[in-house]
Design a protein around this ligand. Structure first.
Ligand SMILES: [Zn+2]
Length: 318
């Protein structure tokens, strides 16, 4: 068991490294980080809306003097729950992988705001969207994109503290990045790790994600801050790797047997993993695996993915 409490707010990990956690870690409830070295501070990700991000920045400034002026913001990937608050980090250089920056424009906050306005007339799908995204406010957000991009690896220095950005995507999304602080044996993983919640593979390939887990298992690591869920250690990395290997094998069997992706998503038993939250994400994961197996480059229809998840989520509760 980890020594860290899973409570909302700022957690001091020691040596001027902090995690900001938002339980319960399900849809949109993401984690962020603050790394201070010398008189410089670096923020890892913002949150899903302006209110949440403002609360987080206020909490950080009250507890950590160096957070008064954040010079660097790293976005781990292109999902809104990791960058929609960017506009509040005034004057910061915003760093992401090039692939992440390219993906960010595709689902801007206005689209989510429109979708939430339409949700009441969208039946079962709308009810599901309202349930998972209803707590957030997408109106009035100005998408604020990276000002500096890289591919592969980028080493930063805050005073004499090294911060290593390691691109491991495409995996969860197209340009996922890990933020590793070697001296403190600490890593911020973005959504390469969901802990106690079901991993969500929008992009794949699954082999890259498993490779990212192996990369982390090979690092000197004590403290692992996931994109969602409680702080963990290498056991959390092993758990996510196990889930990915399991669903890859189970989806492959059903693909080879000629089942459709929705049939496969319905059919795969989750065993021990059924205790993790948001189990309906199996739908997205199987869809992504099927497209990988068949070499189909067509992006899936949003309504198909979320409609299938809505049905599975309902079944899960029923
Ligand atoms: Zn996320």
């Amino acid at each position: 068991m980890t020594q860290w409490q899973y409570t909302k707010g700022l957690h001091d990990l020691g040596d001027q490294v902090y995690a900001y956690l938002l339980p319960d870690g399900s849809w949109g409830w993401s984690n962020a980080g603050l790394i201070v070295g010398g008189d410089q501070s670096l923020l890892v990700d913002t949150l899903f809306d302006l209110r949440l991000t403002r609360d987080m920045l206020d909490t950080m400034r009250a507890a950590v003097p160096a957070a008064a002026s954040i010079k660097t913001l790293v976005n781990t990937h292109a999902n809104g729950d990791h960058y929609f608050g960017n506009e509040l980090v005034h004057g910061a250089e915003i760093i992401a992988s090039q692939a992440c920056a390219d993906e960010m424009g595709e689902l801007p906050p206005e689209r989510l705001a429109e979708m939430m306005r339409a949700a009441p007339s969208m039946g079962e799908l709308g009810a599901y969207l309202s349930e998972i995204l209803g707590p957030f406010e997408f109106k009035g957000i100005t998408a604020t994109l990276p000002t500096r991009t890289f591919a592969g690896r980028l080493d930063l220095h805050l005073g004499d503290k090294e911060v290593r950005l390691i691109q491991v995507g495409p995996a969860h999304t197209r340009g996922d990045v890990l933020v590793y602080v070697p001296d403190d044996r600490t890593i911020f993983t973005g959504d390469i790790l969901f802990i106690d919640g079901t991993p969500l593979m929008w992009n794949g390939p699954v082999a890259n994600w498993i490779k990212a887990c192996d990369l982390m298992l090979g690092l000197e690591l004590e403290t692992v801050v996931p994109g969602h869920g409680p702080i963990t250690d290498k056991r959390g990395v092993e758990a996510v790797k196990g889930y990915l290997q399991y669903i890859e094998a189970e989806a492959r069997k059903r693909y080879d047997a000629g089942l459709s992706w929705t049939e496969a998503a319905n059919d795969i038993g989750l065993g021990d993993y059924s205790a993790w939250g948001d189990a309906e994400r199996i739908a997205v994961n199987v869809n992504t695996l099927y497209r990988e197996f068949s070499g189909d480059p067509t992006p899936p229809a949003f309504a198909d993915l979320f409609g299938t998840m809505a049905r599975l989520a309902k079944r899960g509760k029923g």
